[in-house]
Ligand binder design. Structure first.
Ligand code: NCD
Length: 303
């Protein structure tokens, strides 16, 4: 089977470390622009996005181009998916053009895993439903490492719509492999007990202050309204109880790193003051996303 990158759960700590270490070679020095490499010259990567995306799609495209590969990006709304073609037929059609890898985002959890069993081409998961978003967890780890130098022993609070977050799942898998103490926090209907059980030592709390006290990292999540079929809480009160404001940041460690995978909703899950503060690493995450995806594409296509 071709090796792609489907999830964090099945990666070893050593494999994750290899990607994170390699990504450093692709990070530009402060004030410099990204360097271009010839590592994937002559190779082609198809980006296939069945869900909305700004940063992930652009980031994968930039990463492939900066390694010298050719890329084609396709969105579901502009493809034959909107004419009723099935997922398998769409993928087989693309595979017949012999790209070297397919980067894929889909609303069904497990879609890339299912397809990777049938296609002779490596698949990189760019987010599958509420399941995993492996490159997001990798770029988050890169960002924490850049600011704090280590993951071991840190306390990371992940706050928001835990139930629907593939970002939370991938981060729980990754961080717990590195001895991080993970605290999950959100309104009770969005904080399922089983999310705390996917790794040992994960704490759950509905209280923001408990989650944030002494945290080294605060990772905020968007409320994923598109995945909620009924309204589990009054939306107008969300910010009052779970929105990150400057007074919360005071409770964390003085060098706390504030993160958010984006897209952010100012005044909903995070205040502008915090999002734009010195503590915020939100744009560093975006920048690191390109370097980490370069390391991932190199690994996937190097075979
Ligand atoms: C996340 C996603 O799509 O899972 N965004 C991203 O990839 N940066 C989170 C979100 O949509 O809220």
């Amino acid at each position: 089977m071709p090796r792609g990158l489907l999830d964090i759960e099945s990666l070893t700590r050593a494999e994750i470390e290899a990607i994170l270490t390699r990504s450093k070679d692709f990070q530009p020095a402060p004030g410099q622009s990204f360097k271009r490499f010839d590592i994937l010259r002559g190779r082609s990567v198809v980006n296939l996005f069945f869900e909305a995306s700004t940063r992930t799609r652009t980031s994968f495209e930039m990463a492939a181009k900066r390694l010298g590969a050719d890329t084609v990006s396709i969105t579901a709304s502009g493809s034959s998916v909107s004419k009723g073609e099935s997922l398998v037929d769409t993928l087989n059609t693309l595979a017949a053009m012999r790209p070297d890898a397919i980067v894929m985002r889909h609303s069904a959890s497990g879609a890339p895993h299912f397809l990777s069993r049938y296609l002779p081409i490596p698949i990189v998961n760019a987010g599958d439903g509420t399941h995993e978003h492996p490159t997001q967890a990798l770029l988050d780890a890169r960002t924490i490492l850049d600011r704090r130098g280590t993951l071991e022993g840190l306390r990371v609070a992940i706050i928001g719509d835990i139930a629907h977050s593939r970002v939370a799942r991938s981060n729980i898998f990754l961080l717990s492999k590195f001895g991080v103490q993970v605290v999950l926090c959100g309104p009770a209907p969005l904080l399922p007990r089983e999310m705390g059980e996917i790794a040992s030592g994960v704490e759950l709390t509905c209280d923001m202050e408990t989650a944030i006290r002494a945290a080294d990292v605060i990772m905020m999540l968007r409320v994923q309204l598109e995945r909620q079929h009924s309204s589990p809480f009054p939306a107008s009160e969300y910010f009052q109880f779970f929105g990150l404001r400057p007074e919360h940041v005071e409770l964390a460690r003085p060098d706390v790193v504030v993160m958010h995978p984006g897209p952010i909703n100012r005044g909903r899950e995070i205040s502008s003051e915090v999002a734009d503060s010195q503590r915020s690493a939100i744009l560093n995450q975006v920048e690191n996303g390109v370097a980490v995806r370069m390391a991932v594409l190199e690994r996937v296509l190097a075979a």
